[in-house]
Design a protein around this ligand. Structure first.
Ligand SMILES: *[C@@H]1O[C@H](CO)[C@@H](O)[C@H](O)[C@H]1NC(C)=O
Ligand SMILES: *[C@@H]1O[C@H](CO)[C@@H](O)[C@H](O)[C@H]1NC(C)=O
Ligand SMILES: *[C@@H]1O[C@H](CO)[C@@H](O)[C@H](O)[C@H]1NC(C)=O
Ligand SMILES: *[C@@H]1O[C@H](CO)[C@@H](O)[C@H](O)[C@H]1NC(C)=O
Ligand SMILES: *[C@@H]1O[C@H](CO)[C@@H](O)[C@H](O)[C@H]1NC(C)=O
Length: 380
């Protein structure tokens, strides 16, 4: 009887995670180097689609508005990272709220410790109540952090030869969070983890620099939604989160001290996405109602203003995904429209293309494979 109750409670949690992770949640975006770009998202049947630009102009693969089926069922938004040329690591929350992993080795999708490669995903266990955050600080290294069903943060790393603590184990970092984690690394050996306290709504921070720090309270808030963490280089940490009044708040570590919180205005339900194409440069895109809005910092000034936002229009169902490869001044903005289309806008260094308030359609995410699919649940 009591074990039945536990199972029923887990089923409810699994369902809740599924409901929060619909096809219209956030997209995963990564690049192993310009001009390559990879995007992942969740289809209405909870399969995960993938599409990439190999670099030949606007030739997205697969073509004809279609997507690659990752052969996985998602109950949480996918995340992806790359540690170098021709390498992609991709993660999602699947059955029983466990984490799954698959990687592109330059020739095929594969699993590190389990075979056969291709249609399977590697089961990393754990039991999660939020999407994952993943980071790579160098070749043969990635760190995964997610919020457990106990609302603590769990961590696992690929250290080059094995998983730490183990392929089926997670390190419990403690805490009690209302949000999923945001993670960032400013260089080899450094990992910063941010989350919103379930008790006070303020921002909590922990870092790895050879050993774990304690949880540091950065104050601010009360915050809603999930935070975002970024860095434009060694010693710099930027933390972004939405105050319950909807405005974006920003705090940063400048190498020797914290500055902020400062309010940058806007009206959001979760933190906008932030990229740095170069040191000192900040570009932000968020979702206001169903429109995207943006702002930029050139090292001296905010555009359009400190608390103002450009209207990028659109009719979006998903949060934006944004990417810039360091040094390129080339910014990609992607999102899923209310018409189901994956939409793309590009900053080419001078102008937004096709225009600041217009997007290219890359294909229908509500019917991504062009045919009915009878093969998709292959999580080990
Ligand atoms: C999905 O499964 C199909 C059929 O086995 C296979 O051809 C394809 O490579 C798999 N795709 C991925 C991303 O694993
Ligand atoms: C939740 O906490 C309990 C008690 O500490 C522990 O046994 C269990 O493994 C935890 N669950 C997760 C998903 O971390
Ligand atoms: C976490 O915070 C929530 C909200 O304040 C509280 O209800 C819950 O008891 C806390 N959990 C733990 C383990 O302290
Ligand atoms: C954000 O949405 C509100 C409500 O629809 C609107 O009044 C405001 O102008 C929007 N802001 C921007 C920058 O588009
Ligand atoms: C996602 O957005 C599409 C397009 O607007 C809509 O048809 C669909 O019902 C939405 N799905 C969910 C689960 O909200």
């Amino acid at each position: 009887m009591s074990s039945f109750k536990v199972l029923a409670a887990l089923a409810i949690l699994t369902k809740a995670a599924g409901a929060a992770s619909t096809s219209n949640g956030s997209l995963a975006i990564t690049s192993w180097g310009a001009p390559r770009l990879d995007v992942f998202g969740v289809a209405p049947d909870n399969t995960i689609w993938h599409k990439y630009e190999a670099g030949s102009g606007f030739g997205w693969e697969p073509g004809n508005g279609l997507f690659e089926n990752m052969n996985a069922t998602a109950f949480g938004n996918p995340v992806a990272t790359s540690w170098g040329n021709n390498r992609l690591d991709y993660f999602h929350i699947g059955r029983k709220s466990a984490a799954f992993h698959k990687y592109w080795d330059g020739f095929q999708w594969a699993c590190i410790l389990f075979s056969p490669p291709g249609e399977y995903s590697e089961r990393l266990e754990g039991e999660f109540s939020s999407g994952l955050a993943v980071n790579s600080w160098g070749v043969d290294r990635f760190d995964i952090v997610g919020r457990s069903t106990n609302m603590t943060f769990l961590h696992k790393a690929w250290t080059g030869t094995d998983y730490y603590p183990a392929v089926d184990k997670w390190e419990d970092l403690g805490g009690n969070f209302s949000s999923g984690p945001a993670t960032v690394s400013w260089g080899p050996g450094r990992l910063d983890i941010l989350g919103v306290s379930a008790e006070s709504g303020s921002m909590l921070h922990k870092f790895w620099d050879g050993q774990w720090s304690g949880w540091e309270n950065l104050g601010g808030g009360p915050f809603i939604g999930a935070p975002v963490a970024t860095s434009w280089g060694e010693g710099r940490l930027d933390v972004w989160a939405v105050h319950e009044d909807g405005e974006l708040q920003h705090k940063f570590w400048d190498g020797s001290m914290y500055q902020g919180w400062k309010s940058l205005g806007g009206s959001f339900t979760t933190a906008p996405q932030v990229v740095h194409w170069s040191e000192g440069k900040i570009d932000i895109v968020g979702k206001n109602g169903s429109c995207y809005v943006s702002k930029a910092f050139d090292g001296e000034n905010w555009y359009p203003s400190f608390d103002g936002w450009f209207d990028k229009e659109g009719n979006f169902a998903s949060e934006p995904a944004i990417w810039a490869n360091k040094g390129t001044n080339f910014i990609y903005v992607l999102g899923v429209g209310e018409d189901g289309q994956l939409k793309l806008q590009i900053w080419d260094g001078f102008n937004w293309q096709p225009a600041g308030d217009q997007y290219w359609d890359l294909g229908d995410t509500q019917n991504p494979y062009g045919k009915s699919v009878d093969f998709f649940v292959q999580d080990l």
